[in-house]
Design a protein around this ligand. Sequence first.
Ligand code: 2DT
Ligand code: MG
Length: 214
Amino acid sequence: PIWGSAQRGLFFVFEGLDRSGKSTQSKKLEEYFSKAGRPVKWTCFPNRKTPIGAAIDLYLRRQLELPDEAVHRLFSANRWEMAQSIVEDLRAGTTIICDRYAFSGVAYSAAKGLDFSWCQAPDRGLPCPDGIFFLHIDEKVGAARSNFGDERYENAEMQARVRGQFKDPRLRANVNWQDVNGARDMEVIHAEIRSAVEAIRQEDQVQLPWQQCS
Ligand code: 2DT
Ligand code: MG
């Protein structure tokens, strides 16, 4: 097997609506790994620092207009341009903690009316996470936390549509999807995520992270 006997890093993804606590929780998990002396890298999608990410950033800041289909493909291409380095890091034993991934890609584009399976297609073959933590917040909590800026998608109507798309079972099929109640104290949530992570670490790690993903 390509991983040999050496322990590869693990790949964890945080998903959820805007203001669901993904950034807070993903950074707390990164801190947990680094304090334990385990190699870890935090990353996010969109990665606005790449050439494709720069175009996405312009689109999100409303400085560039693109058809929904085109921007959907750009979000996916933004993951593909990082896929090689993610796999290299995992092989080298570094755990990757990622704020949003292909699941947001599908949920946000399907919320704009694009066909769900058409949305899933371009991400097929990407490295598959070992665990996806989906932070749930109900509408009231979301509204209380919301302090939307003026990026695209940062409005209550779009958030409601995205919430609906995240419920689609096709998103969780064949992946290790973990629903997390995001309305609780952040330390309580972190403790729950930490124990899920430790359980995943105990599992057989020979599996390749190449299976069809979302
Ligand atoms: P942040 O607020 O997390 O920077 O995201 N999005 C994200 C998509 O529409 N498709 C994708 O593939 C990804 C990763 C979610 C900016 C917005 O981009 C949306 C919110
Ligand atoms: Mg945002």
